[in-house]
Design a protein around this ligand. Structure first.
Ligand SMILES: CC(C)(COP(=O)(O)OP(=O)(O)OC[C@H]1O[C@@H](n2cnc3c(N)ncnc32)[C@H](O)[C@@H]1OP(=O)(O)O)[C@@H](O)C(=O)NCCC(=O)NCCS
Length: 305
């Protein structure tokens, strides 16, 4: 595996195109946002293994040292290239976990043949927004009433100056979450550089007069325009001081109503399948399980312990 800066600089653009072609064929992207964002950086921080046929990349793997993803162009499958990519990852990072987005049969077979075992599931859930759309037409006052925050709080869009309080609440809500807990001030600033970023789509539940030591943001829900007609609930978090008081449900209703007002017909989200509180919160709001990304690790990796 090489750092991308050791490879031909035009390869990065070609790898983004390859990732798009695979996603289009499979109906699910083979790489997550981090792997793709890294391809756009002037000096990518992570590692890539690229398989070339002549001048063309036909498959590649990405790894940040602990987590890996890989994809092979549909015209080049069934020739052992997936297994080669996985081998390249594990030669450099023997304990890296591998994500199979959608757990498609090819990826599952490659992972199992390499002796890896599934250890984590990231569920993909979806909700039909037409019941909320109907309610908005027939009884808008009822919808407004269902979005009323507690008297001591205000529900509003993100504003400049919210950064530190957001990072604090995010860190507290996601203390046990391997990826979301890593979103520090710098990573949050990077997310706000994404093309889809719109401040009003990060809904903030602000505590009007927090006591000393209390969080200023009780919770938040962040929307990300997804495919046409769909809105992703990118992340929802409630500060532990306020969990279990109906705030998660309120934030989900706020997000889904905002999505309808922006013309979305369905809402989608990803959630750790083992997080029963979160999956229950989403099911209560009409979300149903549609598929899963599965994480595989080697039988001897510490992640299985
Ligand atoms: C998941 C989360 C957003 C839910 O928010 P919340 O304000 O705690 O949830 P609510 O009080 O609105 O409760 C929603 C449902 O979950 C249930 N619930 C909440 N906390 C619970 C607990 N500790 N144990 C059991 N059930 C619980 C509630 O009873 C309610 O179900 P009901 O309507 O059937 O009674 C919040 O717990 C959180 O931020 N967790 C950490 C971050 C996270 O996992 N985010 C989601 C993944 S992206």
């Amino acid at each position: 595996m090489n750092s991308l800066s050791e490879l031909d600089p035009i390869i990065a653009t070609r790898l983004s195109t390859l990732a798009d072609e695979i996603a289009q064929h499979d109906g699910i992207p083979p790489f997550g946002a981090t792997a793709l964002a890294d391809l756009r950086r002037p000096a990518p921080r992570d590692s890539y293994a690229v398989l070339m046929e002549g001048e063309d990349p036909v498959g590649f793997a990405w790894c940040d040292g602990t987590s890996a993803e890989f994809g092979v162009h549909p015209d080049h499958r069934g020739k052992g290239l997936g297994a080669l990519l996985l081998k390249a990852v594990h030669q450099r990072y023997p304990e890296a976990a591998v994500w199979a987005h959608g757990n498609l049969p090819g990826a599952e077979a490659v992972a199992r043949a390499a002796g890896l075992k599934p250890v984590r599931e990231l569920w993909f859930m979806e909700a039909d927004l037409s019941p909320i759309e109907r309610q908005l037409e027939q009884d808008p006052d009822r919808v407004t009433a269902s979005l009323q925050p507690p008297a001591s709080m205000v529900l509003r869009g993100f504003r400049e100056g919210d950064e530190d309080a957001w990072v604090e609440t995010n860190a507290a809500a996601f203390a046990d979450h391997p990826e979301q807990s890593q979103v520090d001030a710098a990573a949050f600033a990077e997310l706000r550089e994404e093309k889809w970023w719109q401040p009003h789509l990060l809904r903030i539940l602000e505590v009007k007069n927090p006591q000393p030591g209390e969080p200023r943001i009780a919770g938040f829900v962040w929307l990300k325009p997804s495919k046409p007609g769909a809105m992703e609930i990118f992340v929802v978090g409630v500060h532990p001081n306020y969990q279990g008081q109906g705030i998660g449900g309120l934030l989900m209703r706020e997000a889904m109503t905002t999505a309808v007002n922006m013309g979305a017909a369905r809402a989608v989200l990803y959630v750790d399948g083992a997080d029963e509180i979160a999956t229950h919160t989403y099911e209560r709001q009409g979300f149903v399980h549609k598929g899963a990304d599965v994480q595989y690790v080697g039988a001897t990796s510490p992640a299985t312990n």
